[in-house]
Design a protein around this ligand. Structure first.
Ligand code: NAD
Length: 496
C-alpha cells in the first residue's frame, strides 16, 4: 500500500465501513514543500458518525475479553510494530520535518508504550471486595466507553500511543483523529495495531480539526476525549464536550522555565543538555525549555558558552545525517516565530542568529530557520510570556531566588520546569515552589519524565494526568456494587 493512498483506505478499513468518498488533501514535506508526501481524506460528519457507531458496537466485546486478554493482544501488536520502525520513521521525517533519530524515538515509542500497558493490563482484572458487618461492597473499575484521541503534529506517534495504550488496556475502543499536518506515519502505525485487535476497537478518522475533530468531540456516543494540542484548541474541545457532559483530559501548551542557580556548574555537559532541551524538534515540543533564568553571577559565562554551542547546530533536511535540526513543520509556525523574533527586536532585544544551513538544504523551498539566542529582554517581553514553539530562546538574569521563582511562576502555563544546581537538595527544595506538573533537577528533555511519574500540566497547560495507573484512571469509571443488610446508619424520614 503506498503512503499516498493510505489515510483514505486505512480509515475505511479500520472503521469497518465499505469505503467512503471524501476529498483528499495533500501532506507536504516541510523540507521541500513542492513534494507531496501523501494524502489524507477529509472525513465528513456522516463518516464520523459511522466510525463512532462502529466503535460503540465493538465496546462490549472489548470489555468482555477481560484485561488479561486485551493485554495479550496488545503485546502481540507491540511485537509486530517492532518491525518497520526505520521505514515509518523516514515517512515521519518527510511529513513532520524533524531529524531521523527523533522520528525513530517517536515511532519506536509505539511498541514500547503498548508493551508497557499490556503488562499493566494484567493487574486490572482484580476488583476490591469489602465484606463487613453491614454486607458486601464491590468496587469495580469499568471502561468509560468510546474514546476519541486527538493528536498534534510534533510527536504524533508517541503522543497518540501515550494516551491510546492505557485507554485500550482499560477496555475502551478508540477513535483517533491525527493532525492534518503529520497523519501518515501514525495512520500506518494504527493500521498495524488494528490488525491485531477485534474489528472496531481501533479506528482512524482523518480530517481537519474544526470539521472532523469537532464532530468527534460533540458526538453523543463518545464518552471520553483525550486531547493533546494547543491551549486555545483545548478551550474549543472543552466547549464542544460540554453539551453531552463528555469527560475530557487535556495535554496543552507550555512555557517551561529553566532556572540556573548560582551553585550550578556551567560546564559542557550542562550546556549541551540545555541546548538539547531548547532545540529538540526545532523547538516544537510542549515541554522544551522556553525561557532561561540564569543567576547574574553566572550569566555572562553561561550566555557565551551557550551561544557557542548553539552555533554548532546544522539546519537541514531531517533525512540528511549531518542535520542537527530540521525545518519548522508548517508555514504558519514559521511565520509566527519569524514575527515573534521581529517583535523582540522592536522591543529592544538582541537576537543572535547562529548555526549554519546544511549545504544541500533547499532553503527557499522549506520552512527552515536558523537557531537564535535572545538577550537584553525583560520579563515582560512577548517572547518570554508566550510559547514560541520554534528554535529560539530568551536568557534573562536574576539576582535572588525569590525573584527567579516569581518570574518562573508568572505565566498562565504550568507544564514542566527545571532547576540546575550542584546542590541537589537545594534544587529540590526550590522545585517545590514552582507551579508546574513536572519539575526536573539537572535535566529537562524528552525522557526526563517516565511511567513512574504522573505527567500533565497545571494551570492552562492541561487537565488530568498521564503515565502508568494515572492514565488508566483517566479513562475508567469506578462503580460501587453494594448489598448492605443494614442501611439504617443513614436514617430516612421518621415513620409514624
Ligand atoms: P492544535 O491545537 O492546533 O491541534 C491539535 C489537534 O487538534 C490536531 O489534530 C487538530 O486537527 C485538532 N483540532 C484543531 N481544532 C480542533 C477543534 N475545534 N476541535 C477538535 N480538534 C481540533 O495543536 P498543534 O499545532 O497540532 O500542536 C502544537 C500544540 O500542542 C502546542 O501548543 C504544544 O505545546 C501542544 N502540545 C502539548 C503536549 C502535551 O503533552 N502537553 C504535547 C504536544 C503538543
Amino acid at each position: 500500500m503506498s503512503s499516498s493512498t493510505l489515510p483514505l483506505s486505512t480509515a475505511a478499513v479500520l472503521s469497518g465501513s465499505a469505503g467512503f468518498a471524501a476529498e483528499l488533501a495533500p501532506v507536504l514535506n516541510p523540507a521541500r514543500t513542492s513534494e507531496v508526501v501523501g494524502w489524507y481524506a477529509q472525513a465528513s460528519v456522516e463518516v464520523v458518525d459511522d466510525v463512532v457507531r462502529a466503535a460503540a458496537a465493538a465496546a462490549p466485546l472489548w470489555d468482555a475479553l477481560g484485561a488479561l486478554e486485551r493485554g495479550r493482544l496488545m503485546a502481540a501488536a507491540a511485537t509486530a510494530l517492532e518491525h518497520g520502525i526505520d521505514e515509518r520513521a523516514e515517512l515521519l521525517t518527510r511529513e513532520q520535518g524533524k531529524v531521523l533519530w527523533e522520528s525513530r524515538l517517536d515511532v519506536g515509542g509505539a511498541p514500547r508504550l503498548l508493551d508497557y500497558y499490556a503488562g499493566l493490563a494484567a493487574t486490572l482484572d482484580t476488583e476490591e471486595v469489602v465484606h463487613d458487618e453491614r454486607g458486601t461492597t464491590v468496587i469495580r473499575r469499568v471502561p468509560i466507553g468510546p474514546t476519541v484521541v486527538i493528536v498534534p503534529w510534533n510527536y504524533p506517534v508517541y503522543l497518540c500511543m501515550m494516551v491510546l495504550a492505557p485507554a485500550l488496556a482499560a477496555g475502551n475502543p478508540v477513535i483517533v483523529k491525527p493532525s492534518e499536518l503529520a497523519p501518515l506515519a501514525l495512520t500506518e502505525t494504527l493500521a498495524i495495531l488494528a490488525r491485531h485487535l477485534p474489528p472496531g476497537v481501533v479506528n482512524v478518522v482523518p480530517g481537519t480539526g474544526p470539521a472532523a475533530g469537532a464532530a468527534l468531540v460533540g458526538h453523543p456516543l463518545v464518552r471520553k476525549v483525550l486531547f493533546t494540542g494547543g491551549t486555545q484548541t483545548g478551550r474549543s474541545v472543552l466547549r464542544g464536550a460540554a453539551e453531552n457532559i463528555t469527560s475530557v483530559s487535556l495535554e496543552l501548551g507550555g512555557n517551561d522555565p529553566a532556572v540556573i542557580l548560582e551553585s550550578a556548574v556551567v560546564d559542557d555537559q550542562l550546556i549541551r543538555e540545555i541546548r538539547r532541551s531548547v532545540y529538540t524538534c526545532t523547538g516544537q515540543v510542549c515541554f522544551n525549555i522556553k525561557r532561561l533564568y540564569v543567576h547574574r553571577s553566572r550569566y555572562d559565562e553561561f550566555v557565551e558558552q551557550f551561544k557557542s554551542a548553539v552555533d554548532e547546530i546544522v539546519v537541514g533536511d531531517g533525512l540528511h545525517p549531518e542535520s542537527t535540526i530540521g525545518p519548522l513543520n508548517n508555514r504558519r509556525q514559521w511565520e509566527s516565530v519569524t514575527a515573534l523574533i521581529a517583535e523582540t527586536e522592536r522591543q529592544g532585544g538582541t537576537v543572535d542568529v547562529l548555526g549554519r544551513a546544511h549545504p544541500e538544504a533547499r532553503w527557499n523551498d522549506g520552512h527552515f530557520m536558523l537557531p537564535s539566542v535572545i538577550t537584553g529582554v525583560g520579563h515582560e517581553a512577548s517572547v518570554v510570556g508566550c510559547e514560541q514553539f520554534g528554535p529560539t530562546v530568551p536568557i534573562l538574569p536574576f539576582d535572588d531566588e525569590d525573584e527567579a521563582v516569581r518570574m518562573a511562576n508568572d505565566t498562565e502555563f504550568g507544564l514542566a520546569a527545571s532547576v540546575w544546581s550542584s546542590d541537589i537538595d537545594h534544587a529540590l527544595a526550590l522545585g517545590r515552589r514552582i507551579e508546574a506538573g513536572s519539575v526536573f533537577v539537572n535535566s529537562h528533555r524528552v525522557g526526563s519524565s517516565d511511567m513512574t511519574m504522573p505527567f500533565g500540566g497545571m494551570k492552562r497547560s492541561g487537565l488530568g494526568r498521564n503515565h502508568g495507573m494515572w492514565a488508566i484512571d483517566e479513562c475508567s469509571e469506578l462503580q460501587a456494587l453494594s448489598h448492605r443488610l443494614d442501611t439504617a446508619s443513614f436514617p430516612g424520614p421518621p415513620t409514624h
